[in-house]
Design a protein around this ligand. Sequence first.
Ligand code: OXD
Ligand code: MN
Length: 596
Amino acid sequence: MRASVESGEKRPTSNPHLLAWVDEMAKMCKPDRVSWCDGSAEEKQRLTEEALKAGVLIPLDQKKLPGCYFHHSNPNDVARVEHLTFICTPTKDEAGPTNNWMAPQEAYQKLSGLYDGSMKGRTMYVVPYVMGPARSPFAKVGIELTDSVYVALNMGIMTRMGKVALDRLGAESKEFNKGLHSVADSNPDRRFICHFPQDNAIWSVGSGYGGNALLGKKCLALRIASYLAKSEGWLAEHMLILEAESPSGEKHYVAGAFPSACGKTNFAMMIPPAQFQGWKVRTVGDDIAWMRVGDDGRLWAVNPEYGYFGVAPGTNRKTNPNAMDTIKKDTLYTNVARSKDGDVWWEGMDGETPAELIDWKGQPWKKGSSEKAAHPNSRFTAPVQNNPALSPSYDDPKGVPISAIIFGGRRSTTVPLVLQSLGWKHGVYLGATMGSETTAAATGAVGVVRRDPMAMLPFCGYDMGTYLGHWLSMEKRIPKPPQVFLVNWFRKSADGKWLWPGYGDNMRVLKWMLDRCEGKVGATETPLGFTPKQGDLDVRGLEGADVAAATRIDLKEWVGELDSQAEWFQKIGKTLPPVLEQQRQDLLKKVKAATT
Ligand code: OXD
Ligand code: MN
């Protein structure tokens, strides 16, 4: 007899494809119960109580932080695991040289063994969700089957979850992403995050960490969606979307690709400095953008998500006051530190470091300890509606028109504060060669420069060279393309001091970019792109910056940079669009000529 029928499960859909798949997966995973999520407030309450009873959530001070709970993960499971993330396409070439590959049959077989009976004694939650505004023609439906109540609760924040998704799917459609997730025994040796783009399926096993387990986010909205976007002629990108409104009420929308933990959330929630009175920055999205060409020839973007899964350390009232307000209620905190009275804390929080805390693993912690109290990749999960700076357009089914695309990495040397590309192809080249020093968002060494094209290295669901070719091909498809920029908020002096204060002061750079989009200011043309003319970057009242050093182009440093880009292009291999290598060589010639 089928597990679902045995358990007396209530099934809120008659969609035969969905029902058959849920049955098949339940038969393999053998949960004690199958529970369909409807997304209601009562259900959230019930799941929260279940999680509290099981010790999966720990209550925080409900007066100070109403609706907020703490979760600590298994200490071996605190970040995305890129070395255990696979693209399972019929051929290895389709996944390309920058992805791990497994043949679909092998992956299904191997993971079936791990799923077999993995949910015994547990509940299988059926989590239907929509990525994108529910009425948007661009939205996609996913169903995640998970044995983690923490995942079900997080999905309820991060996505439009429950009935809304089943309604959108309807009684007949096969068009849904099939996501199977089991924490199983949380053993890193038996941890796999597998994507099957051709089957619109994701199998994730052995991890409960957000990026590995909340399947709507990195797995569907980036890896699977980038594959769909390639075949359907659009872009699924690791980008924030922000709205900037000028004092005269003009609105511009900007999309920005920065690698994980490089400040997308801070930029998307930025508060402009006092000198920019009348300017308002609002958030459309902080992590993912799905962009299509509109009837008017512009590029239009929607944020597929419904919540923020942000990095806690470093977030404070100075770096991101809007985030601090966003996470005051109805927020799940993962792997942060706590005080005995149920408050939360992390490195980089405002005020004095408390004398004593409970660290992210639940151990007593004392000020001055060499260990961090919060894990460097500790997170908050908060609903978008909590954000005081949320743009009303966040839920607009047609999205928002993009004036500028910004690429940016974390580079302590070489890359100047801002550059504007010389055109679309050159913009794609800037994105393709973007580098960044690695962060704690993924397991592995931190602070090593790696090439991260369009911040998509860990998220591109197919061959990288083909992806860059797709970006180039968009030039023909977008009659009114956005301007493309490269920024670097992270440059340091020789003695290791930041040259640019970042955060709200990034408004100064944003304003220059918007002025360039409107043709309001000129620029200096360099071999690397356009840079601000002296006086065009508004630095009134700016403190703690060395603008000359932050904006400087040192062509000698660029010789080394361009050589290292050659290694990267070799790694991409035979599918690298030749025009990109041509750009690199032309640039190298110009730079060498100028330096000799
Ligand atoms: C994220 C990431 O969680 O990029 O957004 O790792
Ligand atoms: Mn991200």
